[in-house]
Design a protein around this ligand. Sequence first.
Ligand SMILES: Nc1ncnc2c1ncn2[C@@H]1O[C@H](COP(=O)(O)OP(=O)(O)O)[C@@H](O)[C@H]1O
Ligand SMILES: [Mg+2]
Length: 225
Amino acid sequence: MSVLLVSGTDTGVGKTWVSCGVLRTARAAGLRVAARKPAETGCDPDASGNLVGSDAVALHAAAGGEEPVDAVCPIRLPDPLAPAFAARRAGVTIDVRDVVASCSARAREVDLLLVEGAGGLLVPLVDRYAFADLARELEARLLLVVGARLGAINHAMLSLEVAAARDIPVVGSIVNHFSTTVDLATETLAASLRELTDVPLLAEIGHGVDPASVLRPETIRSLTG
Ligand SMILES: Nc1ncnc2c1ncn2[C@@H]1O[C@H](COP(=O)(O)OP(=O)(O)O)[C@@H](O)[C@H]1O
Ligand SMILES: [Mg+2]
């Protein structure tokens, strides 16, 4: 069983972008994959009034569309907040045991279960239970998406410290140029991270670049443990 938690230095830094590339590359390499987004917030209603999670839809397609979208993401919430708070405002109870059971059961059926978090590692899923706690419980390894912007070094190092403090193995980080902004900070980020940490920098994804065109097969194999 191989579970990969994709977390990020922040929200909106490219976790879904990278996750979809990882899933497609892994499928192209012949691996059986599945995806989970335990809870998605900031969801808009479709024409029938059902909340749609855009991450869930993208992950579902990238994973091959075998399961219903509801299996990929059973909890969709309207408010753009951390899941614990969005759920409370919507009167929804998130049961961590259901999340863990769904992820564990699916992980046993595939070579790689990719779980996309919400925001960063310490974002609460329920009350004081954060995605870092979920990673522990699933015995997941961490893939950290570092969004290229000034300030990312601090967020990356904080995330890696949290992972180390909780014994969450880190497979590596990916620097993602999610924004069109190019400045000294974005240009030097990858080199700075290499200098500051021994965590492998698996790839640097340029703006507009499909991660599937950058990720190497051996990198994907390293993700499956
Ligand atoms: N390398 C990239 N090139 C172009 N657009 C990107 C890239 N990475 C992310 N984006 C875009 O930036 C936005 C945020 O990315 P997303 O993957 O949704 O972030 P997260 O999942 O971390 O919230 C999306 O509109 C996405 O399409
Ligand atoms: Mg996302």
